[in-house]
Design a binder for this molecule. Structure first.
Ligand code: FES
Length: 146
Protein backbone atom coordinates (compact mmCIF):
# COMPACT_ATOMS: atom_id res chain seq x y z
CA UNK A 1 0.00 0.00 0.00
CA UNK A 2 1.45 3.35 -0.99
CA UNK A 3 1.43 6.39 1.27
CA UNK A 4 -1.44 8.16 -0.52
CA UNK A 5 -3.70 5.09 -0.39
CA UNK A 6 -2.82 4.54 3.28
CA UNK A 7 -3.76 8.13 4.19
CA UNK A 8 -6.98 7.96 2.18
CA UNK A 9 -7.99 4.63 3.77
CA UNK A 10 -7.14 5.90 7.25
CA UNK A 11 -9.24 9.03 6.77
CA UNK A 12 -12.23 7.00 5.63
CA UNK A 13 -11.85 4.65 8.60
CA UNK A 14 -11.59 7.52 11.10
CA UNK A 15 -14.59 9.30 9.63
CA UNK A 16 -16.63 6.08 9.71
CA UNK A 17 -15.72 5.46 13.35
CA UNK A 18 -16.75 9.02 14.24
CA UNK A 19 -20.07 8.70 12.44
CA UNK A 20 -20.74 5.30 13.96
CA UNK A 21 -20.00 6.66 17.43
CA UNK A 22 -22.41 9.54 16.87
CA UNK A 23 -25.08 7.17 15.58
CA UNK A 24 -24.71 4.84 18.55
CA UNK A 25 -24.92 7.75 20.98
CA UNK A 26 -28.01 9.13 19.27
CA UNK A 27 -29.66 5.69 19.52
CA UNK A 28 -29.77 5.84 23.31
CA UNK A 29 -33.36 6.86 23.95
CA UNK A 30 -33.94 10.02 25.94
CA UNK A 31 -35.10 9.22 29.42
CA UNK A 32 -37.78 11.38 31.02
CA UNK A 33 -38.15 11.24 34.79
CA UNK A 34 -40.41 12.99 37.28
CA UNK A 35 -38.60 12.45 40.56
CA UNK A 36 -40.12 13.39 43.90
CA UNK A 37 -40.81 17.08 44.34
CA UNK A 38 -40.80 18.71 47.77
CA UNK A 39 -40.77 22.36 48.81
CA UNK A 40 -36.99 22.64 48.30
CA UNK A 41 -36.39 20.70 45.12
CA UNK A 42 -36.54 17.38 43.33
CA UNK A 43 -35.12 14.06 44.46
CA UNK A 44 -34.15 11.43 41.88
CA UNK A 45 -32.70 7.96 42.09
CA UNK A 46 -29.17 7.88 40.68
CA UNK A 47 -30.15 4.66 38.88
CA UNK A 48 -32.18 6.77 36.46
CA UNK A 49 -28.89 7.26 34.58
CA UNK A 50 -28.16 3.54 34.21
CA UNK A 51 -28.83 1.88 30.89
CA UNK A 52 -29.74 -1.75 30.28
CA UNK A 53 -26.08 -2.32 29.39
CA UNK A 54 -25.02 -1.03 32.82
CA UNK A 55 -23.36 2.09 31.51
CA UNK A 56 -24.66 5.61 31.99
CA UNK A 57 -26.80 8.00 30.02
CA UNK A 58 -25.17 11.39 29.50
CA UNK A 59 -28.33 13.12 30.69
CA UNK A 60 -31.96 12.67 31.76
CA UNK A 61 -34.79 15.17 31.38
CA UNK A 62 -36.81 15.95 34.47
CA UNK A 63 -40.44 16.79 33.77
CA UNK A 64 -42.86 17.53 36.56
CA UNK A 65 -46.30 19.15 36.65
CA UNK A 66 -44.99 21.75 39.08
CA UNK A 67 -42.20 22.82 36.70
CA UNK A 68 -42.99 25.36 34.00
CA UNK A 69 -40.04 24.06 31.95
CA UNK A 70 -38.19 20.75 32.13
CA UNK A 71 -34.74 20.47 33.65
CA UNK A 72 -31.92 18.77 31.79
CA UNK A 73 -29.69 16.93 34.24
CA UNK A 74 -26.26 16.10 32.77
CA UNK A 75 -24.05 13.47 34.34
CA UNK A 76 -20.54 14.93 34.13
CA UNK A 77 -19.01 12.05 36.12
CA UNK A 78 -20.08 9.89 39.06
CA UNK A 79 -19.87 12.82 41.49
CA UNK A 80 -20.72 15.83 39.33
CA UNK A 81 -23.97 16.74 37.66
CA UNK A 82 -25.25 19.85 35.94
CA UNK A 83 -28.94 20.84 36.17
CA UNK A 84 -30.21 23.34 33.58
CA UNK A 85 -33.62 24.87 33.15
CA UNK A 86 -34.61 24.20 29.55
CA UNK A 87 -35.87 27.74 29.01
CA UNK A 88 -34.00 29.80 26.47
CA UNK A 89 -32.53 32.96 28.00
CA UNK A 90 -33.27 34.88 24.80
CA UNK A 91 -37.09 34.92 24.64
CA UNK A 92 -38.10 31.95 26.74
CA UNK A 93 -38.69 29.15 24.23
CA UNK A 94 -38.25 25.57 25.40
CA UNK A 95 -34.86 24.12 24.46
CA UNK A 96 -34.03 20.80 22.85
CA UNK A 97 -31.17 18.59 23.98
CA UNK A 98 -28.71 17.49 21.35
CA UNK A 99 -25.83 15.54 22.89
CA UNK A 100 -23.72 17.93 24.94
CA UNK A 101 -25.64 20.97 23.70
CA UNK A 102 -29.04 22.52 24.24
CA UNK A 103 -30.42 24.24 21.19
CA UNK A 104 -33.28 26.64 20.63
CA UNK A 105 -35.37 26.14 17.54
CA UNK A 106 -36.88 29.64 17.83
CA UNK A 107 -33.82 31.67 16.80
CA UNK A 108 -30.86 29.28 16.95
CA UNK A 109 -29.21 29.95 20.30
CA UNK A 110 -27.02 27.16 21.67
CA UNK A 111 -25.82 26.38 25.19
CA UNK A 112 -23.27 23.92 26.51
CA UNK A 113 -23.97 21.37 29.25
CA UNK A 114 -23.00 23.94 31.87
CA UNK A 115 -25.61 26.37 30.55
CA UNK A 116 -23.08 28.72 28.99
CA UNK A 117 -24.13 30.57 25.82
CA UNK A 118 -22.28 29.16 22.82
CA UNK A 119 -24.31 30.74 20.04
CA UNK A 120 -26.24 34.04 19.96
CA UNK A 121 -28.77 35.65 19.88
CA UNK A 122 -29.02 34.61 23.57
CA UNK A 123 -26.58 36.64 25.64
CA UNK A 124 -27.29 35.25 29.11
CA UNK A 125 -26.44 31.78 30.35
CA UNK A 126 -29.18 29.35 31.32
CA UNK A 127 -30.57 29.15 34.82
CA UNK A 128 -28.77 26.39 36.70
CA UNK A 129 -29.49 24.66 40.00
CA UNK A 130 -27.18 23.21 42.65
CA UNK A 131 -27.05 19.41 42.62
CA UNK A 132 -26.03 17.25 45.56
CA UNK A 133 -25.67 13.49 46.04
CA UNK A 134 -26.52 11.40 49.06
CA UNK A 135 -27.18 7.72 49.52
CA UNK A 136 -27.79 6.90 45.87
CA UNK A 137 -30.06 9.89 45.40
CA UNK A 138 -29.60 13.11 43.47
CA UNK A 139 -31.13 16.29 44.83
CA UNK A 140 -31.77 19.28 42.56
CA UNK A 141 -32.14 22.34 44.76
CA UNK A 142 -34.75 24.61 43.16
CA UNK A 143 -34.46 27.34 45.80
CA UNK A 144 -31.31 28.96 44.43
CA UNK A 145 -29.05 29.29 41.42
CA UNK A 146 -25.93 27.13 41.20
S1 FES B 1 -36.00 32.23 22.15
FE1 FES B 1 -34.27 30.96 21.98
S2 FES B 1 -32.99 31.95 20.56
FE2 FES B 1 -34.73 33.24 20.73
Amino acid sequence: MDRKTFIKTSCIACTSIGLLSTLIQSCIPVKYVTGNMNTNGILLDIKEFETAKKDFRPYVIVRHDDLQFPICLYRIDDKNYSALLMRCSHQGAELQVSGDMLTCSAHGSEFDKWGKVMQAPASENLRTFPVSLEGGKIFIDLRKKA
